[in-house]
Design a protein. Structure first.
Length: 343
């Protein structure tokens, strides 16, 4: 079979032999009884890493985000988020379906909105006939904007605004690890500006399944109840939590390599005439590039014929996601293939 280089997503990474060994060796128990030692260890470890009182293991990032929003709100409440937020575009309308809440969208620039943009959207407390603003949600790094990092000063200012108006803040930190690896700002330093945070283990970190949410004891107690109600209580789940622990301890340090792969590839693409790319926007492991000489569908098909898989990123735009299962050699090979297709 010809080699396939798969840039569609960092969720495609497969557990390594060492990770599988950690899964094999995992001590397990019934996590619905809170008796799985490996899950308990993972939760303690992530809570500590993110500087919060407590944590809860989740089957997916989406469930993590949705449980956080559910616990922070009442039906009829409103969450302010970017117009390209994952919770708005890619979570199946779950805020309305599961929590009876609406989203008020901010016109962020490349996924980043400022407090000045948010303040006019906060509903006056006296306006009982309007939805009640409850949460400001931030995504870091921002997936649809192309792995963009939200500057820490901006995050701090958003927290200050939330405090001024008595609002909660939630961080969709599916790829917070990437932001931290790139900036050197710890995940705890990012998390301290949020009441609740969701982080994924199954993206760039390479675990097959799982996310973790963190917050204070009261929040996690309630989240535990909601997770059960939504069918997310799992039993001897230490076998996969072990992969998560392994992923954080061993793969976090490798994320910068993924960013380097993206930068190498983007730089090369920028030198091809028919490609449009803003190198300033290539910050982590995701980037977009525009094509001038064919449609996105044509480009996707041509890439596929040459053994490269990509997802569309918009009109005449393709998205590249680098990850652990793509080697630097494959990046070099992709450079040649892209040159052949797009020149
Ligand atoms: C920013 C962001 N948040 C949440 C999720 C949801 O994660 P999951 O696929 O584990 O539900 C994703 C998935 O790609 C994501 O990119």
């Amino acid at each position: 079979m010809n080699e396939v280089i798969d840039f569609r997503s960092d969720t495609l990474t497969k557990p390594s032999i060492e990770m599988r060994k950690a899964m094999y060796d995992a001590e397990v128990g019934d996590d619905v009884y809170k008796e799985d030692p490996t899950v308990n260890e993972l939760e303690r470890y992530v809570a500590q890493l993110l500087g919060k009182e407590a944590a809860l293991y989740m089957p997916s990032g989406m469930m993590g985000n949705q449980i956080c929003l559910n616990v922070l709100t009442q039906p009829g409440d409103e969450v302010i988020c970017d117009r390209d937020a994952h919770i708005f575009i890619y979570e199946s309308g779950a805020p309305a379906m599961l929590s009876g809440i609406s989203l008020y969208l901010v016109d962020g620039k490349k996924g980043i909105f400022t407090p000045d943009q948010v303040e006019p959207l906060i509903r006056p407390e006296s306006a009982y006939y309007m939805p009640r603003t409850r949460v400001i949600e931030v995504e870091n790094t921002h997936n649809r904007a192309g792995g963009i990092i939200n500057p820490i000063e901006n995050i701090k200012a958003i927290r200050e605004l939330a405090d001024k108006h008595g609002l909660f803040t939630h961080l969709d930190g599916a790829r917070l690890w990437n932001a931290s690896a790139e900036t050197g700002i710890s995940v705890a330093d990012y998390s301290k500006y949020f009441d609740t945070v969701s982080v994924c283990l199954s993206k760039g970190l390479g675990a097959p399944i799982g996310s973790v949410i963190v917050g204070d004891h009261g929040f996690i107690k309630e989240a535990f109840r909601v997770r059960k109600a939504w069918g997310g209580g799992m039993r001897q789940v230490g076998v996969i939590a072990a992969a998560g622990l392994y992923a954080i301890k061993n793969n976090f340090a490798k994320l910068k390599d993924d960013h380097e792969k993206a930068k190498i590839l983007a730089k090369h693409l920028s030198e091809i005439d028919n490609i449009e790319i803003d190198l300033d926007l290539v910050q982590t492991n995701i980037f977009m590039f525009g094509i001038k000489n064919m449609t996105a569908d044509e480009a996707l098909n041509k890439c596929k014929e040459h053994g490269i898989l990509l997802n569309p990123g918009g009109v005449n735009t393709l998205r590249v996601v680098t990850h652990m299962d793509i080697s630097f050699e494959q990046v070099e090979k992709s450079k040649e293939i892209f040159e052949k297709i797009f020149s």
